[in-house]
Structure formats: structure tokens, C-alpha cells
Design a protein around this ligand. Structure first.
Ligand code: NI
Length: 508
């Protein structure tokens, strides 16, 4: 706080005491003219506070052809919140598509791209726009995020969207998306205040008093530009105890402030904010704004306990499939997946599921998908109709009973399938586009390198959770794939819940 800001409240109190002393004591409603707004100017802006930071699922995308990169965070089982956040990302991509003339599609990067670190980071949204755009001559769009509010059931994620080059910033927007996780209600920062002109009036009043204005004449209604500045301030707003602190965007000004000797518009070296007390800001809020203002204490909403379904239209998705288990190596595979917020599909054998019922349940409980790999791994094309039906029906019934999941796809052993088998089984036959040959005795380094390099967006990768090399290499494989930007999802999620009939080898 500047010395001026420290002294000012004392002056105000002294002046009020003096005025009160000479006010007629017969009129209890009397107050000094023009002093009905009691906010204050702050020059040390509060950091966004979240008493307890919720665990979210981090997302990240990058497409150099279009010139866009984005980081955001989602909350499993809260599609309203995720849709709201992702719609901001989609809008940013759409604008950059127009700029570049290139249509966006999710693509994986080369090995070593460094995309494993995902989601929001503290102070990510308060960096200079040029720093966010980084080096490079091409115009691009960068989206970063920060969790700025987490109290009670309410969560607030701020997104900053910058466009241009480091030496020429052409766009710079901030929006905070709030969610009441108890009701699913969503509000954007611009929706917090119902009476924007009144808020503008209050802010300018505080600023001109601080800047030494002598008059208290009416304040002009805000222009379109002024309202944009107000929305930027709301996107950065911090509910700090009994005050609403509005950090003002660089260059903020008003006609009433122009020409005041002590007025210096905010900028990188001159942070200026206005703090309004509850009695002043509360009447201006919408229902959503009041709901957020009322949330306090530790965050009590949901935490991410497993991966949220990845938006495969935004990020490159692939499906890791693990065949022939479950068995003694399956827990290590599950641990590796859990530690990396990744999902997989396990094509289980009936005979192994019967020996390891707890593993079937664990696979399902941890959010993975279970598919049918027959009872004991025969070549289906060489069997009679009745034998094929028995293999698949018995396995399906056992897996459904143990997991509580629908078992909606099958994988024919050795990939051997024909029209007769497809007709009898009447489920999609999920094959693969990447065969790691992990059963053929590769060295660990060789297995890791090949499995990390081969997939593209939409790939279905074949591995076996009964192979020791796979269990050993699996953590490094997942790290390598995530580093390339992949989200690892179930086969069902790869097709957005609509796996096509017939033989499937990859998603389009
Ligand atoms: Ni198999």
C-alpha cells in the first residue's frame, strides 16, 4: 500500500468526526454529501486465494500448424463446468483458425515434446502477454489457466487468452468460469454483476477521491470500452474477506480521472485496484455473484479421483489395450495408469477373471473398461457356432457380473475373425493399429522406444498385462506418450461412446 493510501483513511475518519460533530443531532440520516461510497484504492493486489486447492484433471493441447497451445483443468463428473471451460478454449482455437487459415485437429507431437505437465499453474494468468506468447515469428494463440477461487462448493478457474507475437500482441482476454459444484450452476466473471454502470460509478468515485478530485459531480455512464475494462477487472476480481478487490487492467481510466494531477493509470509498474466493502458491492451482484460471494472457508466440492473423460476433439487421444489378464502383473499396470490419470481397456480371458475376481473389480473401480477376449484364447474362426457362442457368452456373463460394467466389445484371439464370427458374437471386434509385440522378448528400451513412437491420434495399441517386460516398461511408456501430448482413454471413449460395428482398428 502506498503511503498516500495509508494516510487517506485516517484523513477520512478525521474529516468524518469533524463533520459529524457539527451535524445537527436532530437528523439521524444526515451524512456528508458525496461520501456515500466507501471503497478504497489498493496498490498491493491480493493473490487469488484458495484455502485448499482442489485436485483437478490437467489438460493441454498444442497444434503448430494452426499456431495454438492451451492449458486448462477439468473436474470429473462435472460436465457443465468442463463444457464452460472448454467452450472458451474452442472459441480461442476458432479465432486462431481464422487467423492462420488452417483447420484444427488434435495431433500428437514428436518424442520429447514436454507436454506431460498439464492444467493450471499459480500466477500463469498474470504473466506479461509477450512472455506467454514466447519466442517465434509466427502469430499464435496461447491459453493458460489458474485456479483463483476454491471455497465451499464453489470453484473458479481463470483463463487468459493471448494472441499475436511477443513483439505484437493483438488480443488479450481474461475470463473466470465459476461453478457451484453442488448444483452445477455456472457463471462467468462478466455475469457476477447485474448493474455494471453502478459498479463503474463506484470504482471511478473511489479513484477520483484518491486522485484528489475536489468536485463530486455526476460520473458519466461507461462506454463500450469502459465496460470491456470493467469485465477484465471482474475476471481478475478477488473476494477477499468482507471486500471485493478489483485489480484494474493496464490503461484503465475514465473521463473524470483525466487531468487529475495525482491520477496515474495502472500499468505493469503501477498496480491499482479498488476494494469495495460488502455493503457496497453486494447490492450490485446477480444471484450467481451472491452465491460466489457467500462461499467461504475450505473447498468442500468434489476432487478429481480419476481421469475426467478427455475431450478427444481437442486433445490427441489413443487407446491402450491390455490383453490376456488379469494376472499377477495387472496391479503394477493399474498403479502406473492411476499415477498418470490415464485409462485403458483390458481384454480379459474368462479363465483368468475367474481366478482373479478382485482384480476384475479393481480394474472397473479405477475407471477402466473391460472387454471380452474369450474364455481360454482359442482361434474362433476354427470353432463351431456353438463353441464360439459359449466362449464369448460365458466370459461376458462373468465379466459383467464381477465388474458391473457393460462388456460391449470383444477382441478375437490372434486377431482371427471373419463374417461368421462377427455375426455370431454381434459386438464390435476391436483389433489394433499398433502391435507392440511385447510377447516376443524385446529389450525394455526397445519396447519403450517403439511403443512411445508409433501411435498417432486415434491409435489402438496392443499390449499384454501378463508380460513381465510390459509391466517393467509400462510407467516409462505412459510417460513417453503423455510427453507427446496424448491422452490415454478407453476404447469406448476413443469413439465417444459409439464404437462402430464390425472390425475396428483405430479411430478416424
Ligand atoms: Ni490374446
Amino acid at each position: 500500500m502506498s503511503s498516500r493510501a495509508r494516510i487517506l483513511p485516517l484523513l477520512v475518519v478525521a474529516a468524518m468526526l469533524a463533520l459529524t460533530a457539527c451535524a445537527p443531532d436532530t437528523d439521524p440520516d444526515w451524512e456528508p454529501e458525496g461520501w456515500d461510497v466507501t471503497g478504497r484504492v489498493v496498490t498491493e493486489l491480493p493473490a487469488p486465494t484458495a484455502a485448499s486447492m482442489p485436485t483437478l484433471t490437467g489438460e493441454r493441447l498444442r497444434n503448430d500448424e494452426v499456431g495454438v497451445s492451451a492449458r486448462w483443468a477439468t473436474l470429473p463428473r462435472h460436465p457443465e463446468f468442463n463444457d464452460a471451460v472448454e467452450s472458451e478454449v474452442r472459441a480461442a482455437i476458432a479465432r486462431q483458425e481464422e487467423t492462420s487459415g488452417v483447420a484444427y485437429q488434435p495431433v500428437a507431437q514428436a518424442v520429447g515434446a514436454g507436454l506431460d505437465e498439464r492444467g493450471c499453474a499459480p500466477e500463469a494468468t498474470t504473466q506479461p502477454a509477450s512472455a506467454l506468447l514466447g519466442e517465434g515469428l509466427r502469430e499464435r494463440t496461447v491459453v493458460v489457466c489458474e485456479i483463483v477461487f476454491a471455497a465451499g462448493d464453489v470453484l473458479g478457474e481463470r483463463l487468459r487468452i493471448v494472441q499475436g507475437r511477443a513483439d505484437e500482441v493483438t488480443g488479450d482476454e481474461v475470463v473466470t468460469v465459476y461453478a457451484d459444484t453442488a448444483t452445477g450452476r455456472i457463471a462467468r466473471s462478466a455475469d457476477l454483476v447485474g448493474d455494471a454502470p453502478a459498479l463503474w460509478n463506484d470504482i471511478v468515485e473511489v479513484l477520483r477521491r484518491e486522485a484528489g478530485a475536489l468536485g463530486t459531480g455526476p460520473i458519466e455512464a461507461p462506454s463500450e470500452t469502459d465496460l470491456a475494462a470493467l469485465h477484465a477487472a471482474l475476471a481478475d476480481a478477488v473476494f477477499a474477506g468482507e471486500e471485493l478487490v478489483l485489480p484494474l487492467p493496464a490503461g484503465f481510466t475514465a473521463v473524470e480521472l483525466e487531468g487529475l494531477a495525482a491520477w496515474r493509470p495502472p500499468g505493469p509498474d503501477n498496480p491499482v485496484g479498488v476494494a469495495l466493502p460488502r455493503a457496497v458491492y453486494e447490492p450490485l451482484l446477480t444471484d450467481s455473484g451472491r452465491l460466489i460471494a457467500a462461499a467461504h472457508g475450505s473447498y468442500t466440492g468434489p476432487q478429481a479421483s480419476g481421469p475426467a473423460p478427455a475431450p478427444c476433439d481437442l486433445v490427441p487421444c489413443m487407446a491402450m489395450t491390455l490383453d490376456d489378464g488379469p494376472g499377477s502383473l495387472t496391479p503394477a499396470i493399474l498403479d502406473a495408469l492411476h499415477a498418470r490419470s490415464s485409462s485403458a481397456t483390458f481384454y480379459m480371458l474368462g479363465e483368468n477373471a475367474r481366478r482373479n475376481p478382485d482384480l476384475v473389480r479393481r480394474v472397473a473401480d479405477e475407471g477402466h473398461e473391460i472387454g471380452n477376449h474369450t474364455w481360454n484364447h482359442p482361434t474362433l474362426t476354427k470353432m463351431t457356432d456353438d463353441e464360439i457362442l459359449a466362449e464369448v457368452r460365458d466370459t461376458g456373463a462373468l465379466l459383467r457380473g464381477l465388474s458391473g460394467q457393460p462388456v460391449a466389445t470383444f477382441r478375437p484371439p490372434y486377431g482371427e475373425v471373419d463374417d461368421r464370427v462377427l455375426d455370431l458374437v454381434a459386438m464390435p471386434a476391436v483389433l489394433w493399429s499398433v502391435d507392440t509385440r511385447d510377447w516376443a522378448g524385446p529389450g525394455d528400451a526397445e519396447l519403450i522406444a517403439a511403443t512411445v513412437q508409433a501411435p498417432r491420434a486415434g491409435s489402438i495399441v496392443l499390449m499384454h498385462d501378463i508380460q513381465a517386460a510390459t509391466a517393467r516398461a509400462f510407467p516409462a511408456i505412459l510417460d513417453g506418450l503423455r510427453d507427446r501430448g496424448f491422452s490415454l482413454v478407453t476404447v469406448d471413449a476413443l469413439f465417444d461412446g459409439r464404437v462402430p460395428a464390425g472390425i475396428v482398428r483405430s479411430a478416424p
